[in-house]
Design a protein around this ligand. Sequence first.
Ligand code: NAP
Ligand code: MG
Length: 477
Amino acid sequence: MSTHAHLIGGRRVAAEATIPVLNPSDGAEIGRLARGTAREVDAACRAADAALNGPWGRITAAERGRLLLRLAELIRRDAERLAALESLDVGKPIRQARADAAACARYFEFYGGAADKIHGETIPSADGILAMTLWEPHGVTAHIIPWNYPMQILGRSLGGALAMGNAAVVKPAEDASLSTLAVAELALEAGFPEGVVNVVTGLGEEAGAALTGHPLVAHISFTGSPEVGTLIQKAAAERTIPVTLELGGKSPQVVFADAEMETVLPTVMAGIIQNAGQTCSAGSRLLVEDAAYDRLLDALAERFAKLEAGPAERDLDLGPLVNLSQKRRVEGFLDLAARDGIRAASRGRIASNAPDGGYYVPPVLLADVDARHTLAQEEIFGPVLVATRFRDEEEALALANGTPFGLVAGVWTRDIGRGLRLARRIRAGQVFVNNYGAAGGIELPFGGVKRSGHGREKGFEALRGFGALKTVAIRHG
Ligand code: NAP
Ligand code: MG
């Protein structure tokens, strides 16, 4: 059983105290993780600051791009090892962990290609003045990564920040730190100077809070719960630094009776079952037009009944949830559903030989849920699909917009006019018409409105968030 160290200034820094690493598939301890304190966070921020004042601060954009591309290659080389590590650490079925490793590589590749294509403008100004804008890094960027897609979210956050020339301190989730440490080691192998990528592991309220409050941190990128997102924004406000917050959602799949049901079915299933529903952009609210409601629910019920949750290495439909508290949280929502008489139209099962200590929750399809009920309003973050019917386009729109969140929406219809109207009127950061997720959408700006957060990651747009725009005006007479 190994004890994992922090990675600070290019060196492994052993821990004074440790926390357990648990395998969610059986609950067994598989290692120990360094429990970072304000001291290690301070050392990491200083190492990042030193890197900015060293060669990294003078490196050309093209060279930054090359390093990012090299990192992408190394992640591809080690994809199988990284996928196995992730699968063991967070309980993802191995196929899904492989997809995460591939996406992680693709993020570094995308931002590697973008690094030397970010440029400012010249701006017409007063006579005798030459005015221009320059993109510069913020400086030390903090990255607080959640446990649901550790490699993907690391790639999207770190890739953009490094492309802009920032130096990073990463605090991965205590339940999902192994792949971050492994990718940070690969960054060293790729040739990133020491101190450009630092990782401090440990607890959110300890290492995470120390990082978001550190005076050298100039930007915070956070993905996680609205509650912690609010704390992060307060910490940033204390020092007036920018934040990017991605806080999840309750994303609707709006299905009209004229939709192509052969595509709706597998896509709606994947949108809630992938990663056992622990996905910020999960299509967790199914809104269906009256005329198609019973037919679609029957077809979904048949599919739900065949689903099986089991140990990650068995690569079934679902793995376990990430930890015991997440399992209890989801079960709490299901208890509430039972108490309020909400009908379970179908349920999957836990594989018969799944270990007792694993954090399994069978997937559930809940039918006829009142749109105002907690189950239809709050992010459950588990394999629970909540179905509600609607009469017409206006009601569909009101329901789609009727939660505090606004991350993603799917609209399914053969009427392209209706698809476009809803794409414009739904309040969300991303709307997909007749698809959901555009196969990962690394190139597509992503983020929320309302309680889902603000700022954009992914795509070229993310680079603006990771950079500070400077205007320079020169009087030449
Ligand atoms: P969380 O507490 O918001 O965790 C997200 C990240 O923030 C983790 O790295 C966490 O570290 C860190 N953190 C926690 N407290 C912090 C603090 N005071 N200062 C700085 N960083 C801090 O989320 P969770 O408790 O793991 O999950 C709870 C719920 O959040 C889930 O049920 C789900 O609804 C939602 N969630 C959403 C997303 C998403 O993608 N939008 C991702 C994860 C969770 P530690 O894990 O080490 O504490
Ligand atoms: Mg774990």
